[in-house]
Design a protein around this ligand. Structure first.
Ligand code: TPP
Ligand code: MG
Length: 804
């Protein structure tokens, strides 16, 4: 559809002007100028902060870094939100999608005093301003984005797309909170952002807070126009109506008009929010409301240089980063910069000492109402520990290793049901999943709470509830983003996902881990609850689905991150899963990754043994090995299916070679494999050597890609003798045992590996090879013929004597 951009737009506030006194408009405009001045100063200046003398190249930073284009608009919005916070005594947070507008938020938090309270060395005087300028995008200073260092921030915004999700995550269960969320029009093109508008179907007007989305239609991204800026207003309006919002439009660039209009539109939207909340809270109205959204069109780089080198800059993509460069080389550029900075009239904004003038000092909110000081943006301050039931009471009774068979995640579901129940009153725990809570066998949780759902319901629906605490939508992005927002504002959560598809949020995990890494060493940021993943429906048991659903690589990704942040658990059975889950829900400031199957599988350890095993992280299972005083081979395993195959291989070897001295080692905490110098859970070298020996072959069956085990153990004494089997990217829709055969991690192959690696067995290697190879052939013929695993495999059970 063609559209004439020049005429597609008309301001839709209906020309409303708020009842702002001229005096207030004048002061708000001055305040905005001050924020813009401080923004430009951060990008350009290392000296002469108040322009007390003419600008020279010596005042200019050697490297000009930062983003101007988005920032003046963000500064405008912040100024206006300050007014409504004061007038309505709002509890408001500010999340900006285009996190590259960092200098604007730093400027505002400096103006309102939050910055100096947290960083007293950045004083409220000329020296402080100079420091503020110098530190920005400066080595060992502060980052260019709305980083963890920025007061009031829970959203870095470096990777675009998640602002709305963080905003909604923050709003859940915070009924008096309003989360203002600026969405960049470029950001709005990302997949996660595009779907996240639907979060309004999961927000309870009575029990949750409000999100105030503002689509910042400044027309451009880095180098291109944005799609939403170049469609007609009708389309734009239809789009947002279609998403279920009431769109409000405001366009302009003349501050005299924009200030009163912005005030009017914000008042209108906040009135709408108040009316929606009153209807839900006082009249019990349960109809899904149309929450307001503001679509704000202002020029990119508003108030910046109009042209540079005769090319238009303000209102174009050229304003995105640093609009005037080559200041050291081109005197006329220095002049443009000076004129630009002086256009904000700093002498009217700051006194001779560099203190903000009194009439502006009064303007922002005070204390915790300042957006830089909102405690929700420092969630650890508000964090209450979960009330946790005794996980031991959910234990499976294991009289002897190998029985009974249980579905580990189904038992976990019962435990989570109690966790949910214990914390219903405190409203600080939610379970997240992309349409898979029941499929992942965690549906017991639904006995005590529903699945959040504000859209229409039909009689056929089950467990949907407007106040449910299980959040399901078929978007891993949304689950992850909601959970992050929920955790960052001081609550707890649990995310279960099919193992293969968690990769969809690889990058979001990266960003969250970066946030945790940085905040870990910041004294004023308090630790938050860990992000807990349960990956199930895992690679080895995709009987329904096949190759597309087989990928254990998320473990590798998590292992890339700083040791102090990540924990990876591969519980071999149900009791271990319970012990690990309890531990994870108590932990702080980590990412915990748990990988566990949902299919019926044998249990190996009673609860006491499980707790002991999970606490150590790994250990020899004496009941499974028989090593006399020293083993000839170590058979190690990590993961439920690898554990099963290793134990089955041990049984075969016992039959074949009763005198072979085998040690069985199970690893539940993968990070224990690393040296203690690399990870706090790492086993000390002496203990590792004692467990894995210094010189005996280690045949290791691993849940994921084998290279990871090598990565984690390459510094260990016996690493050269580690022979790892794992997933090698072979898969299809086939039987459970055929999956391990395809990837050469089956019991026959593992037994063969042992025979080939133990020097004493060289003489019988040929015979064993023949026997085990025959078994593999027999298996192939059997599954091809009958479509299921051979009875001796499917019904195999561990016995104290070996296989039956
Ligand atoms: C997911 C992602 N892709 C690409 C980038 C690189 N990038 C940084 S800013 C930007 C343009 C952003 O445009 P918009 O959201 O409209 O922000 P604004 O115009 O307010 O600067 C891009 C593509 C990024 N940060 N994140
Ligand atoms: Mg833009």
């Amino acid at each position: 559809m063609g559209c004439d951009v020049g005429v597609i737009w008309k301001a839709m506030v209906g020309g409303d002007m708020a009842e702002l006194s001229e005096e207030l408009v004048r002061r708000m405009h001055a305040y905005w100028r001050a924020a813009n001045y401080l923004t430009v100063g951060q990008i350009y200046l290392k000296d002469n902060p108040l322009l007390a003398r003419p600008l020279t190249v010596d005042d200019i930073k050697p490297r000009l870094l930062g983003h101007w284009g988005t920032t003046s608009g963000l500064n405008f919005i912040y100024t206006h939100l300050n007014r409504v916070i004061c007038e309505r005594d709002l509890n408001m947070m500010y999340i900006i999608g285009p996190g590259h507008g960092g200098p604007g938020i730093v400027a505002h938090t400096y103006l309102e005093g939050s910055y100096t309270e947290i960083y007293p060395h950045v004083e409220r005087n000329a020296d402080g301003i100079k420091r503020l300028f110098r530190q920005f995008s400066w080595p060992y200073g502060i980052p260019s984005h709305v980083a963890p260092e920025t007061p009031g921030s829970i959203h870095e915004g470096g990777e675009l797309g998640y602002s709305l999700l963080h905003a909604y995550g923050a709003a859940y269960d915070n009924p008096d909170l309003v989360v203002a969320c600026i969405v960049g029009d470029g950001e709005a093109e990302t997949g996660p952002c595009a779907t996240s508008w639907h979060a309004n179907k999961f927000l309870n007007a009575a029990k949750d807070g409000a999100v105030l989305p503002i689509l910042h239609l400044n027309g451009y991204k880095i180098a291109n126009p944005t799609v939403l800026a170049r469609i007609s207003q009708d389309e734009l309006e239809a789009l947002f109506r279609g998403y279920g919002y009431t769109p409000h439009f405001l366009e302009g660039e003349d501050p005299d008009v924009m200030h009163p209009q912005m005030a009017a539109v914000l008042d209108k939207m906040l009135d709408e929010i108040a009316a929606i909340q009153t209807a839900a809270r006082e009249r019990g109205d349960t109809e899904r409301p149309r929450w307001p959204v503001l679509i704000l069109r202002t020029p990119k780089g508003w108030t910046g240089p109009k042209t540079v080198d005769r090319k238009p800059v303000e209102g174009t993509w050229r304003a995105h980063q640093v609009p005037v460069t080559e200041i050291h080389e081109k005197p006329e550029h220095l002049k443009i910069l000076e004129q630009w900075m002086r256009s904000y009239k700093p002498e009217e904004l700051f006194d001779a000492e560099g203190k903000l003038v009194a009439e502006l000092e009064d303007l922002p909110p005070k204390g915790r109402r300042r957006m830089g000081m909102n405690p929700h943006a420092n969630g650890g301050l508000l964090l209450e520990p979960l009330r946790l039931p005794a996980f031991r009471s959910f234990a499976v009774e294991v009289k002897e290793p190998g029985s009974p068979n249980t579905e580990a995640t189904r038992v976990l579901g019962k435990y989570l049901r109690e966790v949910m129940k214990c914390n219903l009153e405190s409203k600080n725990f939610r379970v997240f999943g992309p349409d898979e809570t029941a499929s992942n066998r965690l549906d017991a949780v639904l006995d005590v709470t529903g699945k959040t759902w504000e859209a229409a319901t039909l009689p056929v629906d089950e467990h949907l509830a407007t106040d449910g605490r299980v959040m399901e939508i078929l978007s891993e992005h949304m689950c992850q983003g909601w959970l992050e927002g929920y955790l960052l504002t001081g609550r707890h959560g649990f995310f279960s996902c099919y193992e293969a598809f968690i990769h969809i949020v690889d990058s979001m995990f990266n960003q969250h881990a970066k946030w945790l890494k940085t905040t870990r060493t910041m004294a004023w940021r308090k630790p938050i609850a860990s992000l807990n993943y349960l990956l199930t429906s895992h690679v080895w048991r995709q009987d329904h689905n096949g190759f597309s659903h087989q990928d254990p690589g998320f473990i590798d990704l998590v292992a890339n991150k700083k040791a102090e942040l990540v924990r990876i658990y591969l519980p071999p059975d149900t009791n271990c899963l319970l012990s690990v889950a309890d531990h994870c829900l108590r932990s702080r400031h980590y990412v915990n990754l748990i990988v566990a199957g949902k299919q019926p599988a044998p249990n190996w350890l009673d609860m006491d043994a499980a707790v002991m095993h999970c606490t150590t992280g790994m250990g020899a299972w004496e009941w499974a090995g028989h090593e006399a005083d020293s083993p000839e081979v170590v058979m190690a395993c990590a993961g439920d299916v690898p554990t099963l195959e290793i134990l089955a291989a041990v049984s075969l070897l016992r039959e074949e070679l009763p005198d072979l001295r085998i040690r069985v080692v199970n690893v539940v905490d993968l990070m224990a494999l690393q040296p203690l110098t690399e990870h706090p859970h790492g086993l000390a070298d002496e203990d590792f050597d004692a467990l894995f020996t210094k010189d005996k072959p280690v045949v290791f069956a691993f849940h994921g890609y084998p290279t990871l085990i090598h990565r984690l153990t390459y510094r260990r004494t016996n690493h050269d003798n580690f022979h790892v089997r794992g997933y090698v990217e072979e898969g299809t829709t086939t039987t459970p045992f055929d999956m391990v055969v395809l990837n050469r991690m089956d019991r026959f192959q593992l037994a063969l590996d042992v025979v080939r690696r133990v020097p004493r067995l060289k003489s019988i290697a040929d015979r064993a090879t023949q026997r085990f190879t025959e078994m593999m052939q027999k298996h192939k013929l059997y599954v091809s013929e009958y479509g299921e695993d051979m009875p001796e495999v499917a019904n195999w059970k561990w016995t104290a004597r070996g296989s039956k």
